[in-house]
Design a protein around this ligand. Sequence first.
Ligand SMILES: [Zn+2]
Ligand SMILES: [Zn+2]
Length: 349
Amino acid sequence: MEKMLAAVFHKGDTQGGDIILEEVELPRITKSDHVLLEIKACGICGTDLKIMEGGHPANDNTILGHEFAGIVREVGESVQDLEIGDKVVADPNEKCGYCINCRRGLSSLCEYMATGTTFGIFQNGGFAKYCVVPRSVLFKLPENIDLTAAALVEPLSCAIHCHNLADVKEPDNVVVIGAGPMGLIIQSVISMHPIKRLICIEIDNWRGQKALELGADHLINPESQDVKSEITRITERGMADVIIDAVGISDTFEMATKIWAPGARLICFGQDYNAEAKIKPNDIVRYQRKIMGSYIGYPEDFLDAIELIVNKAIKVNKLITATIPLDEVLSSGFKIMKERKCVKIIALP
Ligand SMILES: [Zn+2]
Ligand SMILES: [Zn+2]
């Protein structure tokens, strides 16, 4: 039996677990609507680290990696519209299309998906040479796209989704709290659109500088500066019209509610399963503020993400800070992630 190298999650006794590089059997097509992909690139996500540390659920004995692009190598008999050699990218979150949320146009909240179906988290994903997925999760890519760049499509779709929900308008002062990989990708998307100012709040110096490189106009370090008075100084008239919390802990949520203008939109993007925060409901009522969550993306956000990459509208070279071979995904990829000096690291199986 032919084998391949894969980064496999093994659950620990309590929470989290280990990711181990091991030889596994090559996957095979078992259903007529399935497609066998040769993975060409797979991004490392903060979620992969959280899985290891116990901050995000995942299935035992699963190949991780949910940000992958590749080439079609085999198709099931009912797959009519993909051919061997086609370039594709996967939406790892398979949507059913018929649950109440899908039918109301909220497919990122699909009930089927909520049962734990994500490829690279609950089913085998992209940290391997090959992967089998249903045709329905694949987006066909143009022939001229660089597949390493295409590994950015999934995180970029989440950032586009967030930007759309924030409904950013030209005179807005926009604040992004957190310049981790997703905070930085969100800032790149926002900075492509006309806005008044983009302000980044970040503790880490490397990440803060990266935010300035990717389009932020101002940087505030909450460890050495008073956030509220800095925002007031920079925005001239007071506060932030749009705030995106790309961290999602109690402190960042409460920080957001100290700097929001009347009529502001606060978008909660970063996820922490245990965070709790205090809020005065009257601060929302009296000033007509909005708080909403942004969770993954819709299929149309994938299409937009593909277009941004194909048209070179997004600075792919600045977003991909390292590419590494699959056998270094643990020794070098996860290590750089932990050191925080990166935007996206892409593994090349
Ligand atoms: Zn991810
Ligand atoms: Zn659904």
